[in-house]
Write a protein that binds this ligand. Sequence first.
Ligand code: ZN
Length: 313
Amino acid sequence: MLHTVMYHYVQDPARMPLPLKVMPVDAFRRQVRRLAECFEMATLESAMAYLAGGYKPRRDLCLLTFDDGLAEHAHTVTPLLAEMGIEGIFFLITACCEENRVAPVHMNHVLMAALPFGDYRREFFHEVAIRPDEAQVDAAAAKATYPWDSPEVASFKYYFNFLARPGDRDRAVSALFQRHFGREDEFSRTFYLSWTGARAMQSAGMKIGGHTHLHRPLSSLAAPELFADLDRCRGLLHSRLRPQPYWPFSYPYGKLASFTPESVSMLRTLGFHCGCTTEEGANCQGTDPFLLRRVDCKKAPMEAAVSPSEVAQ
Ligand SMILES: [Zn+2]
């Protein structure tokens, strides 16, 4: 089997300017050590060879993946993995590196971390000019997508990421972000990786992949917009980074409903080699490399699970 673990924020909670939901770096170090004891730590090459049937490892493989191209992936995660001789796969949102944008999903995270939730929700719904009770959210779908959040927060995140009209939502969250945090480009420079940082990560043995240009759910985009986004993402990865034998991809939001067969065939045409979902589970030989299942780091394979107290919920 190929187990693929998915990480986002990995930080030292004591040094964080905002109380984001992170995996504390000490818990991360312990978890990676345990994973390395239980599994053969995969590289992108060994994982691809296994899926294609050309490599038969004696133990299950475990691949570590990191979404969103966050600054700490360069300054905290990479040195730790490099020291252990483990390859991580890091998926960048190219507009964040190239244009110093902040993805609306992260504006939402930092606003939620900075403001009392009730105030933020009220301000957001005021900006999009609808009453909170008009936002019809399927509570079961919200819980399935955000099992680590309270029902109110899960419903709000589900509304924000899947139901709100993207144009209205992005205008509203940008207005709130600017009101509370000031300039987007300055925030972006400290929040995300730079191209220089990403190249240094490649030199340290890490692999970089695409996570779209603007981090929108692919299923929400019409064909021309979809192609423009994925083509820009691919073009920037190729022009700003060092060559790699494989270019992996991670679908924003990641559930099967968040992308389409059309987006998968576009990714193949553009020269990406695999796609990571957030559908839970392990992968076996013959699994379609564009439908790779992953497990959240909070649910890492049994033998290496961290106790709940080690992970901020
Ligand atoms: Zn993402």
